[in-house]
Design a protein around this ligand. Structure first.
Ligand SMILES: Cc1ncc(COP(=O)(O)O)c(C=O)c1O
Length: 376
């Protein structure tokens, strides 16, 4: 077998060998008792990471499916929605709501900046908004919005539904859905969950479920009431992505054994190291340190360097794959993922390769640069 790629993109992430092996298991009847037990184990195992007492629903879809589910189950056409966007995933959230007929107003925040509690509290008072859409961790810019503080500031002045895309944060960065008063929270298996893509997860607050009763946006596949009815009987409404569920069944005990606090600390350590390593090569980061994400770092492509050329060198000459920017940031940043299953040697190898690729492209501040050790 060829050497596995050093995959340093912000999802899908590499998975532990036992998890990959579990995904290869034989199929089962998704309407039988084995599935009911599997679903129960997963639901119970996932819940602590959401920080909620509400049932977490498991949907066969990617994260975008769960974003759509959160919107179509809680909103109605013509609802007034404030979309706090700090990057391309925030924009996508607003676009989904628009597609279903919501009246969406987007914040005007520079990509690379975070939304502040003060700004969101000010914006939410500018109209009679029914809902606030917000990304917890904006993967396209490597920025984490301080969601707990934002929710508190919003609740002090207004009462919208707060709908959160936590696709690239949940399981890696603290989420306290109930304490923070969030009404819908979604994530996906290929991010912090040590698992392959294919499963999305969604939880609604009591207010979220009450909104679901009056919501008139159309839904079928993503009708969460249907998902909940079936889940209460130990079944999925539609044929589920069994291999990914098997993988999660192997991954969640690993996450539970490590514990949320240790997992968050580990992500913070790798994120801090990644930022320090980039700076040691003379590179600049897109996000300010105080809002920099613990799951993905956006590194600025230096003047005179072509981002995709360096990415290609990394891939072809070093077997390292990093992500480029998205949308308007496509040519000007690289993104390095540090979420899920993290192996120190892959990070040091990634930065050693980046150093060589940059030097090969004529970028010299790297000369004499010492990439720090991960525990320095
Ligand atoms: C913050 C965020 N939201 C939404 C998505 C979309 O998820 P998916 O690609 O699983 O549909 C992603 C994927 O990278 C993401 O990082």
């Amino acid at each position: 077998m060829s050497t596995p790629t050093n995959l340093r993109i912000p999802g899908p992430t590499p998975c532990p060998p036992d998890v990959l092996q579990a995904a290869a298991g034989e199929m089962i009847n998704h309407r039988g008792p084995e599935f009911a037990e599997l679903l129960d184990r997963l639901t119970v195992g996932i819940q602590p990471f959401f920080g909620t007492d509400q049932e977490v629903l498991i949907i066969s879809a990617s994260g975008t499916g769960a974003m759509e589910a959160a919107i179509v189950n809680t909103l109605s056409p013509h609802d007034k929605v404030l979309c706090i966007t700090v990057g391309s995933f925030g924009d996508r959230f607003g676009t989904i709501a628009e597609r279903y007929g919501a009246d969406v107003t987007r914040s005007d925040i520079e990509w690379g900046d975070a939304a502040t509690p003060e700004l969101v509290a000010e914006l939410i008072q500018q109209d009679d908004y029914d809902a606030l859409l917000i990304t917890h961790n904006e993967t396209s810019t490597g920025v984490t919005n301080p969601i707990g503080e934002i929710a508190r500031a919003v609740r002090a002045v207004a009462d919208p539904l707060i709908i959160v895309d936590a696709v690239s944060s949940l399981g890696s960065i603290e989420m306290r859905m109930d304490d923070w008063g969030l009404d819908a929270v979604v994530t996906a298996s290929q991010k912090g969950w040590l698992s392959p893509p294919g499963i999305a997860m969604a939880a609604l607050s009591e207010r979220g479920w009450a909104a679901a009763e009056t919501s008139t946006m159309p839904s079928f596949y993503f009708d969460l009431s249907t998902h909940k009815d079936y889940a209460d009987r130990g079944q999925p409404p539609w044929t589920p992505a069994l291999p990914t569920l098997y993988a999660m069944d192997a991954a969640i005990p690993l996450l539970a054994a490590e514990g949320p606090e240790a997992i968050f600390a580990r992500h913070h350590r790798f994120a801090s190291w990644t930022r320090a390593a980039a700076k040691s090569l003379g590179l600049e980061l897109l996000a300010e340190d105080r809002y920099a994400s613990d799951t993905v770092t956006a590194v600025q492509v230096p003047d005179g360097i072509t981002g995709p050329t360096v990415s290609r060198r990394l891939r072809e000459e070093h077997n390292v794959v990093i992500a480029g920017g998205q949308g308007k940031l496509a040519p000007s940043i690289w993104r390095i993922g540090h979420l899920g299953y993290l192996d120190e040697s892959e990070f040091t190898a990634c930065f050693a390769a980046l150093q060589q690729a940059l030097v090969a492209e004529g970028f010299s501040p790297a000369e004499g640069a010492v990439i720090p050790g991960i525990d320095d």
